[in-house]
Design a protein around this ligand. Structure first.
Ligand SMILES: [Zn+2]
Length: 263
C-alpha cells in the first residue's frame, strides 16, 4: 500500500508529553490553551491508524453498494415481470440504505482524513456542513444511477460508477486531511502517481502538482476553494482515474491543528 503522506526527515524529538506548545506569551493558562496532553508516540500512532483505516472503509463501502445494487436490480426485474409471490423489499428502502451507506462512509472518511492530519478532534459544525454539501451532490448522482438501474439505461458501466463513489469517499478523506490541520507551519503538495504508477495526463492534476509546495492556507485558497482536490469528480480525469495524493511537510516542529480549533 502506497503511503499517502510522507513526512520528510523529521528529526526525532525526544518530547514525551506536550507536543505542541504555544509561544510562552501568557501564563500557564494561555500556554496550555487547547493543550494536547497526549504522548507523541500515541499521537503518531493515531495518525497512522487513521491513514491505514481508509482502504478498509473504501472496500467495505464498495461491497455495501454492490450488494444493494444487486438487490435493487433483481427486485426491479421481478417487479417488471410481475410474477413473484414473494413480498419484496421496496425499492425505496434499498435506495434509503444506499444513501445511508454514502452518508456514513463520507462522514467517517472526513474524520479519518482529519485524524491522519494529526487532528484528533471530532468534526466541527462548519466541517459537518461542508461534508453535507459534498454529499448532496453525490445523492443527485445516486438518484440518476437508481433510475438507470430501473430503466437499464445509462452510458457508464455500473462498476465504473462504483469506482466513482469510492473515489468520492477518498476525495472527502483528502478534504478532511487538508482542512483538518491548518497550522501555519504546515505545507502541502499535490503529488501525482501516489496511488498508481500511471503517468498522470489530466491537465488539472498536472497543473496542481506543478504548484509545488503550498502553505495549507494557500492550498485551501488556490485549490480547495475552487472545488478541487485529489480524486474530485470535477477534475478532467473525473476523479476515479486520479492516482494523486497529498504530501505534507512542516517548517519547524510538526503540529496537529488542534491548537487552532476552538469550535
Ligand atoms: Zn490526479
Amino acid at each position: 500500500m502506497t503511503r499517502l503522506h510522507i513526512l520528510p526527515s523529521q528529526p526525532s524529538v525526544p518530547q514525551k508529553v506536550l507536543i505542541h506548545r504555544r509561544a510562552p506569551s501568557g501564563g500557564l493558562g494561555d500556554r496550555y490553551k487547547g493543550g494536547q496532553f497526549i504522548p507523541n508516540d500515541l499521537w503518531q500512532a493515531e495518525k497512522r491508524k487513521a491513514e491505514s483505516a481508509l482502504p478498509d472503509l473504501l472496500s467495505g463501502f464498495g461491497d455495501r453498494l454492490q450488494f444493494l445494487r444487486q438487490v435493487y436490480v433483481q427486485n426491479s426485474e421481478l417487479i417488471k415481470e410481475g410474477t413473484t409471490k414473494v413480498k419484496l423489499v421496496p425499492l425505496s428502502t434499498i435506495e434509503w440504505r444506499m444513501k445511508a451507506a454514502v452518508r456514513e462512509t463520507y462522514a467517517r472518511a472526513f474524520l479519518l482524513g482529519k485524524k491522519a492530519a494529526g487532528n484528533l478532534f471530532s468534526a466541527t459544525p462548519a466541517e459537518i456542513k461542508a461534508v453535507k454539501k459534498l454529499r448532496i451532490e453525490e445523492f443527485y448522482w445516486l438518484r440518476n444511477f437508481l433510475k438507470d438501474m430501473r430503466d437499464e439505461g445509462g452510458v457508464m458501466s455500473y462498476e465504473k460508477r462504483m469506482d466513482m463513489y469510492r473515489a468520492a469517499a477518498r476525495e472527502i478523506y483528502n478534504v478532511g486531511y487538508v482542512i483538518g490541520n491548518q497550522s501555519p507551519n504546515r505545507y502541502l503538495k499535490w503529488q501525482t502517481e501516489v496511488l498508481r504508477n500511471v503517468k498522470e495526463s489530466c491537465p488539472d492534476c498536472v497543473r496542481f502538482s506543478n504548484m509545488d509546495w503550498l502553505s495549507v492556507a494557500d492550498f485551501i485558497r488556490d485549490i480547495i476553494s475552487k472545488g478541487y482536490i485529489c480524486q474530485s469528480g470535477k477534475l478532467a480525469c473525473k476523479g476515479y482515474l486520479c492516482g494523486c495524493g497529498i504530501l505534507e511537510k512542516f517548517v519547524g516542529p510538526e503540529t496537529s491543528g488542534m491548537q487552532n480549533q476552538v469550535e
